[in-house]
Design a protein around this ligand. Structure first.
Ligand code: SAH
Ligand code: SF4
Ligand code: F3S
Length: 474
């Protein structure tokens, strides 16, 4: 295999920035000064410091939460404790839309009485909102003690060791886990500069990990019982091994070889990097699931241009047609923003028409939210909230109908289900390779983590019901 193979990616040049543009710098650890109105952080000696973790946002934050928990264990702290029991809370935040920030502020308000209840408790904030606002957060939230960046968290963990005078007898062992699915970050950052999006500013420029390091991490996860892995990047199909230029499809080939791995997924792909090589890997590699998340954002060329998505509706259609032709049983999902600055009725109608035409299995719909410092923030946010809601509801109703029709075609078909848990009614549930939620009858002998073959007996827009025929694997 030629590892320097560059693939057919449209262009890798970085978007140009003006002199006034925001930076992509990593945020250093910032702490509260000890002398003002705040309570001092007093170490609770005699037991390992207990840490409560809370997160919102995308799967990147799920992966970061895992990483933070692991690092806490390494320095002798106990992560994933209940709030009542905790000495420290770490909030892992998101800033992609205004309402994500509002949720963080809401959570913070709940923590104020918690913190004041016992001396020595502390609150730290990390994640994208922490990078966005930095030191200013310590001024506006008097009970906040630390702000740090997950991309450079050493300073924070060192400070915890000093503050709590942790007496290390070695890292605390990780408790046994019954987790069957895990996220693995394969690259950070994003080099696209979609005009509405704050992610490149808070996650920085793209940087990929080595194939071998990722394979090793997956191997360890599989050894601990994980059966399904999702490789993560904001723009994961621009993945490139920093040493030899291997692309995402090479990485999929390598991870597919890990013994015991049952399923492999990847998120989020950008349409401009969705190549035939990638589709071929999806078709040919046994573990790679037939599910493609390909955010389109809008269905009109003028809108796409204003969003700087660098493809046309026709090009998007071609990519999808190619993917569908190459991968039988492919399920497709996408993201849409409604009410973007200046979205005309005609442009909105284009998005509606694209949804009708393509027939996505899942559509994540969001109303446009202005993000300070982005290029689109210079345009007036001129679609009134009520109109954004109306457009959102129109597409939601359309998508419900569409997904209902797609799923109805599966009646009587066979699906392969990876069982994830048991519901209150005793039925087990899990996901098909196409990532559809399936409720299973006849799984009395089965356990979580099994893969079963089932026949679809009922469908709705959001899930399937199925009867288990045989155990395909244990
Ligand atoms: N890298 C991915 C997604 C990143 S953010 C991609 O390129 O698709 C996840 C989703 O949030 C985006 O797909 C977009 O639909 C939505 N989003 C991002 N910025 C937004 C904004 N300012 N307002 C509303 N939705 C936004
Ligand atoms: Fe944001 Fe995704 Fe565009 Fe990157 S590709 S700027 S993360 S929407
Ligand atoms: Fe939110 Fe940051 Fe993800 S802004 S969507 S948590 S990359």
């Amino acid at each position: 295999m030629d590892h320097a193979y560059p693939g057919t990616v449209i262009s890798m040049t970085l978007a140009k920035l003006s002199a006034q543009a925001r930076t992509f710098a990593v945020l250093p650890l910032i702490e509260t000064p000890r002398h003002d109105t705040r309570l001092p952080i007093v170490p609770s000696r005699g037991r390992p410091p207990r840490v409560h973790l809370w997160h919102i946002g995308c799967q990147m934050n799920d992966a970061d939460r895992e990483m933070i928990a692991e690092r806490l264990r390494e320095i002798g702290c106990l992560p994933e404790c209940s709030l009542e029991d905790a000495d420290l809370v770490i909030l892992i935040t998101c800033t992609v839309r205004q309402n994500a920030e509002q949720k963080v502020y809401g959570k913070f308000r709940e923590l104020t009485p918690w913190k004041r209840e016992r001396e020595g408790r502390a609150i730290a904030m990390t994640g994208c909102m922490a990078v966005e606002h930095g030191e200013q957060l310590l001024r506006t939230l008097p009970d906040l003690d630390y702000v740090f960046d997950v991309r450079d968290a050493d300073g924070f963990f060192e400070r915890l060791q000093q503050t709590y005078s942790i007496d290390l007898d070695g890292p605390l062992p990780a408790p046994p886990s019954d987790r069957i699915s895990a996220y693995v970050s394969v690259m950070g950052g994003c080099n696209e500069m979609c005009t509405y999006c704050i992610v490149p500013f808070v996650r920085g420029r793209e940087s990929s990990r080595r194939v071998e390091d990722i394979v090793e991490q997956v191997r360890r996860l599989v050894d601990s019982g994980v059966r399904e892995v999702t490789l993560l990047g904001q723009n994961v199909n621009s993945y490139m091994d920093p040493a030899d230029g291997r692309r995402l499809w090479h990485l999929l080939e390598a991870v597919d070889q890990v013994p015991g791995l049952a399923r492999l997924r990847f998120l989020t792909s950008h349409p401009r990097n969705a190549t035939r090589e990638l589709f071929a890997a999806m078709r040919d590699l046994p573990t790679v699931c037939e599910a493609l998340h390909l955010p389109v954002q809008a269905g009109h060329d003028d809108l796409l241009r204003r969003m700087r998505r660098v493809y046309t509706v026709a090009e998007y259609r071609e990519r999808i047609a190619e993917a569908r032709e190459m991968i039988p049983d492919l399920s497709l999902s996408t993201d849409i923003i409604v009410g973007f600055a200046g979205e005309t009725p005609d442009e909105f109608a284009g998005t509606r028409a694209l949804l009708e035409e393509v027939g996505f299995d899942v559509v994540h719909l969001q109303a446009y939210s202005v993000r300070p410092g982005t290029a689109a923030a210079r345009r007036p946010d001129d679609i009134p909230t009520d109109e954004k809601k109306r457009r959102l509801n129109e597409l939601l109703a359309l998508q419900k109908e569409c997904a209902g029709r797609i799923n109805a075609r599966l009646l009587g078909e066979k699906v392969e289900v990876l069982l994830e848990g048991r519901g209150e009614d005793g039925r087990m549930y899990g996901r098909s390779r196409q990532n559809r939620m399936v409720w299973c009858e006849g799984t009395l002998q089965a356990s979580v983590g099994d893969i079963v073959a089932a026949t679809v007996t009922g469908t709705s827009a959001w899930q399937l019901e199925a009867r288990v025929e045989e155990s395909a694997s244990a």
